[in-house]
Design a protein around this ligand. Structure first.
Ligand code: PRX
Length: 632
């Protein structure tokens, strides 16, 4: 097991050691795992190309470390505790032994269907155990999983399947989501109708049992998996072989497939899990994220299982059957560590305290927050109403690209302060720079957040387009990984993340590229041009505000707005639907033709009184019209 830090002095000395001797430090962590061949070199890297290799030449399989390694000591311990959407339906458990057996069966089924090392398998599934089993089955045989959040549209799914040339899709018939059932298989059918020629098989997990259309490529999960052997040798993977691809939005173009590799990701997710959540052997740990996002990959599946934890998977939503569901589940399973997103906290807070006060939350020891800045009001509510003032809050800052948590208080060890992600984990070397890349030294400074040294789970490439990876993360500042976030370091050295400084917005903890939403809007035949910006939103953190130039007069604006929302839902999914749509005669542009988003952001935020210097605009006259029609 990797080291678990227990005191502030230890944190300070371990951190110092990790900076002075990163290779020695990470070798010690990696040595606690099983490798069939030890690495020849701990780290080989440059940020220029970039070319980053951890545990070079080492061979292992992440599922041997997440499953087999625990069989002797924790075989009968619950690995996955599953809580269904329906509060009256029974929970399900898988011990490490059972999970191992199920993963092997699924892995054999994948092999029997022609999936082998390096093949890409797409998942489009609800939060059912078969999703975790399927993902681990891929890892067992060296297939690369690409999980697509099941809220994305058929178009978005098809784009991702094509980009990674997946051979198989694994889905369910329907998803349970609150009071509704969602036809997931139908979305896969629609995606496949868009020409996903690489798909040979669709494996369908029977979840609700409702009728689904059946195609030649379709096979039932139970037909393929149930009769398989519970023994499946783990493919020995090179430390730098790809473990998975996960698509995420950037400021330009289509979402890109972030690539994580086996060895470094394994070591870092386990290490960060143990330390950030201070997990103890008998604890019940619950992360409410969806496995469609990186948080679910790293801190529902891999990190906890590598650490031999009991990890809960929740199928439902926070407000079904009512706004007390999270707390009812915490009470029911005596959850010790609870990890959620600020948007959920804000939403539940708005329903009133009675929902949280009804339940016994005395089992809670550590609270976590992830995905977006947590505002002070939400932090205080979380601390007082949920944690009863007794549970340190780990405000964890990280990204799809970082693979694991990089900045966070260590509960009970380092102090906490509302809105502050605070301190880097061992091995993490943050640096604040000005726009020219000069380091901002000392405390009480604000700048752009970069990392000057690799940690084991850093992004290796963007799938099929290495140049894009270089350009987006490693070219803004020389020899640094640029996060895209701004941050402030307070007088005591704690870091506060301010938010994105690029054209990425964070809606309910979901990352969205403004260009991506604009491209979707532009699919509407009556749209000439659009510009999308974020604006402060009480529950979502940021909302989506779209300015649209139509090709001709809009007679029925409500209808037009409806159609705009529908086209975005079709192209991306409901999570990208604009909250506000404003029809404008033009967009403020610089003389070089660039949209002045600064102005649009201010107007969208209801702060149009001081727009600064607009004299350099190509078309200053449109500013008045934009201001006049503002929906803020
Ligand atoms: O802006 C930061 C914000 O979420 C972005 C990463 O989004 P994604 O790759 O989808 O991963 C989310 C889950 C790890 C970051 O660039 N972000 C994430 N965590 C925090 C945060 N902003 C402030 N505080 C956080 N704790």
């Amino acid at each position: 097991m990797p080291l678990q830090i227990k005191s502030l002095d230890e944190y300070k000395s371990v951190y110092q050691r990790s900076v002075d001797d990163p290779e020695g430090f990470w070798a010690e962590q990696a040595e606690t795992f099983n490798w069939s061949k030890k690495w020849d070199k701990v780290l080989d890297w440059n940020f220029r190309e970039p070319d980053i290799n951890w545990f070079v030449g080492g061979k292992t399989n992440i599922t041997e470390n997440a499953l087999d390694r625990h069989l002797e000591t924790r075989g009968d311990k619950v690995a996955i505790l599953w809580e269904p959407n329906d509060p009256n339906a029974p929970s399900k458990t898988y011990t490490y032994k059972e999970l191992h057996a199920e993963v092997c069966k699924a892995a054999n089924a994948l092999k029997a269907n022609g999936i082998g090392k390096g093949d890409r398998v797409c998942f489009y599934m609800p939060m059912v155990p078969e999703l975790a089993i399927g993902v681990l089955a891929c890892a067992r045989i060296g297939a690369i999983h690409s999980v697509v959040f099941a809220g994305f549209s058929a178009t978005a799914l098809a784009d991702r399947i094509k980009d990674a040339t997946c051979k198989m899709v694994i889905c369910s018939d329907y998803n349970h989501r609150g009071a509704k059932n969602i036809p997931v298989k139908k979305v896969v059918d629609d995606a496949l109708a868009m020409g996903c020629e690489s798909i040979e098989t669709v494996l369908v997990h029977k979840n609700t049992g409702e009728d689904v259309a059946w195609n030649d490529v379709d096979k039932w999960w139970h037909d393929e998996v149930d009769g398989q052997s519970t023994d499946c040798p783990a493919e020995q993977m090179d430390s730098e072989d790809t473990l998975f691809i996960l698509y995420t939005s950037g400021s330009t173009g289509k979402p890109k497939g972030v690539v994580h590799t086996v060895g470094g990701y394994m070591v870092y997710t386990a290490f960060s899990f143990k330390n950030v959540f201070q997990y103890q052997e008998d604890d019940i740990y619950w992360c409410t994220a969806d496995i469609g996002w990186i948080t679910g990959h790293s801190y529902i599946i891999y990190g906890p299982l590598l650490a031999g934890a009991t990890t809960m998977m929740f199928e439902g939503v926070p407000t079904y059957p009512d706004a007390g569901r999270f707390w009812q589940v915490c009470e029911k399973h005596k959850v010790n560590q609870f990890y959620t997103a600020p948007t959920a906290i804000r939403a539940l807070m708005a329903y009133g305290d009675e929902f949280v006060e009804k339940y016994d939350l005395s089992s809670l020891r550590v609270l976590g927050s992830v995905g977006e800045p947590i505002n002070e009001e939400a932090w205080n509510w979380y601390n007082e109403k949920v944690g009863k003032g007794n549970c340190p809050i780990a405000d964890t800052w990280w990204q799809t690209e970082t693979g694991g948590i990089l900045i966070s208080p260590l509960p009970g060890i380092t102090d906490t302060k509302p809105c502050y992600a605070s301190y880097p984990l061992p091995g993490v070397q943050p640096i604040l720079v000005d726009p020219d890349g000069n380091e901002l030294t000392g405390n009480d400074v604000e700048g752009l957040l970069c990392m000057k040294f690799p940690w084991p789970s850093i992004i290796r490439t963007t799938y099929g387009d290495h140049e894009r990876c270089r350009q987006v993360y490693f070219s803004t500042f020389q020899d640094m990984y640029f996060t895209g976030d701004g941050a402030r370091r307070d007088k005591d050295g704690r870091l506060r993340i301010i938010g994105r400084v690029d054209d990425v917005i964070n809606v309910s903890g979901h990352r969205m590229g403004t260009a991506e939403v604009e491209n979707a809007i532009n699919e509407h035949p009556q749209v000439v041009e659009s510009a999308v910006v974020g604006f402060p939103h009480e529950i979502k953190g940021q909302g989506i505000y779209a300015y649209i130039i139509p090709s001709d007069d809009i007679v029925d604006e409500d209808q037009f707005i409806k159609e705009i929302r529908a086209v975005v839902t079709k192209e991306i999914g409901p999570i990208a639907k604009p909250d506000q749509v404003q029809v404008v005669p033009g967009l403020p542009k610089t003389r070089s033709g660039k949209i002045m988003r600064r102005i649009l952001r201010k107007v969208a935020s209801g702060d149009a009184s001081n727009l600064g210097d607009i004299s350099t605009l190509l078309n200053p006259e449109v500013v008045e019209a934009v201001k006049k029609g503002a929906k803020a």
